[in-house]
Design a protein around this ligand. Structure first.
Ligand SMILES: [Zn+2]
Length: 253
């Protein structure tokens, strides 16, 4: 069974009221998230469309993902090898997406305990050097995992500290769709990724230690959850983001 049904001809219903962003028209894109694989789940299509057009794309990855819960299916990684395994997977995914990557080298699952201003200073230095027109991160407080929230907050602080004109700051929210909509409303920006959906799948597959089980489930007959299928199909069709510039984000106590 193919897990990639044909591209839908129309996407109007998926992007209603949103601004369509053309990644190929950007000056540069920096994706700033904490774990290897966050980039592929959230913005692989956007990254591929930009890099195909010669736009420099960098994944600024906060950690090595060495505390990842999954070890492959069947297991091929352990706690000791995890760091190297995940960096190799990250390198492979970035090759597929035409992106380069930089690692901040923080400890996985520990980003929330770092001083957000210190992390922001390090992210800001990268943004000053690369001068992107768009930065993508997680929506602080709406990204499920403490590392996600913390990296989103630090990236928000970093962009706020840049001189004008600042890059566009886009945020990915994660979690229950209805709850997110109630808290944040609909996303404002969408990218049509239909032409690069195979690349997004390829990048996700490259993060084998984390995604092998997911693909096995997708490819098996056990996967007949209609909602899951629709969700997957949607995320291989459009990538949707919130605008975060100028949004007030409370600092953690
Ligand atoms: Zn993550």
């Amino acid at each position: 069974m193919s897990i990639l049904p044909p591209s839908p001809e129309r996407i109007d219903h998926l992007v209603e009221g949103m601004t369509l962003l053309d990644p190929s028209a950007e000056r540069g894109i920096v994706v700033s998230l904490p774990h290897p694989d966050d980039e592929s789940f959230s913005s692989a299509g956007t990254m591929a469309l930009a890099s195909d057009a010669g736009v420099p794309v960098t994944y600024l990855c906060g950690t090595f993902g060495d505390m990842g819960r999954r070890m492959g299916s069947p297991f091929f990684a352990n706690r000791e090898s995890m760091r190297d395994v995940r960096e190799r997977e990250l390198a492979d995914a970035c090759t597929i997406l035409g992106a380069r990557y930089e690692l901040l080298g923080m400890r996985d699952r520990m980003v929330e305990f770092e001083d957000p201003h210190e992390v922001a200073t390090r992210i800001r230095a990268v943004l000053e050097r690369l001068d992107p027109s768009t930065v993508i991160t997680f929506y602080p407080g709406h990204a499920v995992h403490p590392d996600h929230d913390a990296m989103g907050l630090a990236t928000h602080l970093a962009v706020a500290a840049l001189p004008d004109p600042k890059p566009r700051l886009l945020a990915v929210a994660v979690g229950d769709r209805e709850q997110l909509r109630a808290a944040l409303g609909p996303q404002q920006v969408a990218v049509d990724i239909r032409t690069v959906r195979q690349r997004k799948l390829g990048a996700l597959r490259a993060h084998r230690s984390q995604t092998e089980m997911m693909f096995q489930r997708w490819e098996s007959e056990r996967d007949d959850d209609e909602q899951m299928r629709a969700y997957r199909e949607e995320n291989l069709t459009v990538e949707r983001f919130y605008r975060l510039n100028g949004v007030a984000i409370p600092l953690p106590r």
